[in-house]
Design a protein around this ligand. Structure first.
Ligand SMILES: NC(=O)c1ccc[n+]([C@@H]2O[C@H](COP(=O)([O-])OP(=O)(O)OC[C@H]3O[C@@H](n4cnc5c(N)ncnc54)[C@H](OP(=O)(O)O)[C@@H]3O)[C@@H](O)[C@H]2O)c1
Length: 292
């Protein structure tokens, strides 16, 4: 029986992935590993670790593990590392692939709504402002949030990650470069703001999308509803409802008051599921089906 590991099994994503693995129909052995555990030879593994840990672990473990799915940002922009959302670009994984990156959670929700539209409309620009949940920052941030007097208590904080030389946050730059790579749209312009809000789980984004042709709102809704794990709701939907769900929800779709080539909408989705562990589970399912 194939052995598939979870490295970092006690973190937010690792714990969620342990539950996600139970949904996989093909039988395999789960090897859940924490920081102190020795890593045995494995057919595949998901690294649920931060950038420095993934960077340190990869060279040590790559010859012992058949396929590695990395949840961190460490390898996402490397040319030969596919950045994969199975609903969008499963073809990026080829017979030669051994390391696969799973994208940033906020970018995942955004591109889930752009992917079904890119063949219908020549998309040129996207602006978004995120309202990101505390669980997206891992278990230490959740502990900090629950400590009385925390900066995050009853608040919103306009910085996620670290400020870069150009003034953007590292989280905002992920929104730009990962969107282009996943959608294979190197010229699409992305204007990100990323904000942490006092919501325990499920990220949200307000999105403004521009194309070179007028949008037909019914066609947009139909395209979204026909896409796997994406749904348009006529009623308002909030992170409280999206938490624990596999679906990425969109609502409040409207055409710009002055320009028919622009639409505005709101999305919300579970960052630990579609934004992380569910996406990793789907990549493992794909590997089991095609390569393992
Ligand atoms: N949270 C999200 O919504 C989300 C979404 C998309 C992507 N991601 C990415 O997924 C990764 C994990 O995020 P997270 O939120 O789960 O963080 P987390 O809650 O901080 O968990 C990270 C885990 O990695 C463990 N770890 C570190 N070094 C290890 C090693 N050498 N061997 C085994 N385990 C090790 C840590 O162990 P200790 O418990 O001993 O510290 C911790 O349990 C990050 O790269 C993050 O950016 C997260």
């Amino acid at each position: 029986m194939k052995k598939i590991g979870i490295i970092g099994a006690n973190g937010m994503v690792g714990r969620t992935l342990q539950a996600e693995f139970k949904k996989i129909k093909t039988p395999f052995e789960v090897v859940a590993l924490g920081r102190q555990d020795e890593v045995p030879p494995l057919d595949a593994a998901v690294f649920c670790t931060d950038n420095p840990d993934s960077a340190r672990l990869y060279p040590l473990l790559k010859d012992r593990i058949g396929y590695i799915v990395d949840m961190s940002a460490q390898f996402r922009q490397e040319k030969n590392v596919p950045l994969v959302i199975p609903e969008i670009n499963p073809h990026a994984i080829t017979a030669d692939t051994r390391l696969i990156a799973s994208p940033n959670c906020t970018t995942t929700g955004l591109v889930m709504t752009m992917a079904p539209l890119r063949k219908l409309y020549p998309l040129t620009e996207v602006f978004f402002c995120s309202y990101q949940a505390i669980s997206g920052g891992g278990k230490k941030l959740l502990e900090e949030f629950r400590t009385p007097g925390s900066l995050y208590e009853n608040n919103c904080v306009p910085l996620i990650g670290s400020i870069q030389e150009n003034g953007y946050s590292s989280e905002e730059l992920k929104g730009i470069y990962e969107t282009r790579k996943i959608l294979e749209m190197p010229k699409v312009k992305v204007f990100p703001h990323t904000i942490r809000v006092a919501v325990e789980n499920a990220h949200s984004l307000g999105v403004t999308l521009r194309a070179e042709a007028p949008f037909d709102l019914q066609q947009v809704k139909q395209a979204w509803n026909a896409f796997p794990n994406l749904a348009y709701r006529e009623e308002i939907i909030t992170p409280k409802q999206a938490s624990g769900q596999e679906t990425t929800f969109a609502c409040r779709l409207r055409r710009d008051a002055e320009d028919p080539c622009i639409i505005h909408y709101f999305i919300t989705f579970d960052n630990l599921l579609k934004g992380a562990a569910m996406n990793a589970r789907q990549i493992i399912e794909l590997l089991l089906e095609k390569f393992l």
